[in-house]
Design a protein around this ligand. Structure first.
Ligand SMILES: NC(=O)c1ccc[n+]([C@@H]2O[C@H](COP(=O)([O-])OP(=O)(O)OC[C@H]3O[C@@H](n4cnc5c(N)ncnc54)[C@H](OP(=O)(O)O)[C@@H]3O)[C@@H](O)[C@H]2O)c1
Length: 331
C-alpha cells in the first residue's frame, strides 16, 4: 500500500503528540508541516525527521501547505477560533481534514464546515481522540450488550488547574479560551456516547474569571426517559477526571474518562478491571480511523459523524446563550 501522506497545519504543542502517534498508523508518514513561520515549521520537521523517511516538506504559511499537491490529509492544530478558516482552506482544495477539538467555536461555524465538506465530497472529522480509544470502543460494546443494564446516569468531570496566565491560550478570550471549549467538549462526547447527542434540556452555572474566560462550569443534561448527566469542567480546579456510567445492573468507571487505558466494571457480582493499553499515545486510533475512512472513500466517520459534533456544540452554544457568554470573535 502506498504511504499515506499527512500534513500538519499549526505545529504547536499538541501537533507533536499527533506526529509521535503517526508511528502507530501503518503506512502513515509526516509529509509536510505548515506554520506561520518557516523556521518553526523546519524545527518541527527536524524533531520528527527520524521517524519519517524522506524529507518533510516545510512551509512558512498555511496557504502554501494547502497548495502541496501530494497531501492525503491535513491535521489542523491551530487554536479553536482558527479551525473553521483553516479547515475551509484545505477542504476547498479537496484535501481531507482531521481538525482538533473543538471542531470550531460554535455550531454555526461547524455547520458551514460540514456544508463545505459535503459540497466538495471530502472527508472531515473532529479529532476527538478519546472516541476511538480501545477503552471507549469497549465501553460502547458493553453498553450495547446490556452488561450494566439500562444506563440511567452519567457523571464526569474534566478539571485541571493551570496557573492564571493571560498570555496562555486557555486564559485568552481572543483565542476562545476557557474550559468549555477546551475540555467541556470531552464531557459532551462522553455523554453523547452513552445517551446520544440530543438532550431534552441543558442547564448549569459558570464562573467567568478576570481574563474573561470560563474558569469553572457545572452542567446538568436531561435526556429522554429522565436519564441524566452531571458534568463539571474547569481550567482552575484540580479534578479527579473520572467518568462513571451508572446502569440499572452495574456501573462502568473510567479514569481519566477521556484517555482511559482500563475499564472498571462493577455489578452485583463484584468488580472487574479490563486493560486497554494504548499502542503509542492514544492519538493513533483517531489517525487510523481517519485513514480507514479516507481510503474507504467515506467523507465522515461512522463513529463520530459531523452531525454528532454539531449537536454537541449546539448544547454548549445553548448554555452560553443562557449565561450571556460570548467569544469576542462571534458576530
Ligand atoms: N486532543 C487533545 O488532547 C488536545 C490537547 C491540547 C490541545 N488540543 C487542541 O489543539 C488546538 C491547539 O492547541 P495547542 O495547545 O497545541 O496550542 P498551541 O501550542 O498554542 O499551538 C497552536 C499553534 O497554532 C498556530 N497558530 C496559528 N494562529 C495562532 C494564533 N493566533 N495564536 C497562537 N497560535 C496560532 C501556532 O503555530 P505557527 O504559528 O507555528 O503556525 C501555534 O503553535 C486547540 O484547538 C486545542 O483545543 C487538543
Amino acid at each position: 500500500m502506498a504511504a499515506f501522506r499527512w500534513g500538519i497545519l499549526g505545529p504547536g504543542t499538541i501537533a507533536h503528540k499527533f506526529a509521535d502517534a503517526l508511528a502507530g498508523a501503518p503506512d502513515a508518514v509526516l509529509h509536510a508541516v505548515g506554520s506561520r513561520d518557516e523556521d518553526r515549521a523546519a524545527a518541527f520537521a527536524a524533531r520528527h525527521a527520524d521517524r519519517n523517511p524522506g524529507r518533510i516538506r516545510t512551509y512558512g504559511d498555511y496557504e502554501a501547505l494547502a497548495a502541496d499537491p501530494d497531501l492525503d490529509a491535513v491535521y489542523i492544530a491551530t487554536p479553536h477560533p482558527m479551525h473553521a478558516e483553516h479547515t475551509q482552506l484545505c477542504l476547498e482544495r479537496g484535501i481531507p481534514v482531521l481538525v482538533e477539538k473543538p471542531m470550531a467555536i460554535d455550531a454555526a461555524s461547524e455547520r458551514r464546515m460540514a456544508d463545505t465538506a459535503r459540497r466538495k465530497g471530502v472527508f472531515l472529522m473532529e479529532a476527538m481522540w478519546s472516541r476511538f480509544l480501545p477503552a471507549t470502543r469497549l465501553v460502547r460494546s458493553l453498553l450495547d450488550s446490556g452488561r450494566i443494564g439500562e444506563p440511567r446516569l452519567v457523571s464526569a468531570d474534566m478539571c485541571f488547574s493551570l496557573r492564571r496566565d493571560p498570555a496562555h491560550r486557555v486564559y485568552d478570550p481572543q483565542l476562545a479560551g476557557g474550559g468549555i471549549l477546551d475540555v467541556g467538549i470531552y464531557l459532551m462526547a462522553f455523554t453523547s456516547l452513552v445517551f446520544g447527542a440530543h438532550p431534552l434540556a441543558a442547564d448549569g452555572y459558570v464562573h467567568i474569571g478576570p481574563t474573561g474566560v470560563d474558569e469553572e462550569a457545572a452542567v446538568l443534561l436531561r435526556y429522554d426517559g429522565d436519564k441524566m448527566a452531571s458534568l463539571c469542567c474547569a481550567i482552575r480546579a484540580f479534578g479527579a477526571n473520572e467518568g462513571h456510567i451508572l446502569g440499572t445492573d452495574g456501573r462502568i468507571d473510567l479514569s481519566p474518562f477521556w484517555g482511559a487505558q482500563s475499564v472498571r466494571i462493577a455489578d452485583f457480582g463484584g468488580e472487574e478491571v479490563l486493560a486497554c493499553p494504548f499502542d503509542i499515545n492514544g492519538f493513533e486510533y483517531e489517525i487510523r480511523e481517519a485513514m480507514d475512512c479516507i481510503r474507504g472513500g467515506r467523507t465522515e466517520s461512522p463513529e463520530l459523524p459531523l452531525s454528532e459534533s454539531i449537536a454537541m456544540m449546539d448544547i454548549l452554544d445553548g448554555l452560553r446563550r443562557k449565561w450571556g457568554y460570548r467569544y469576542p470573535m462571534e458576530q
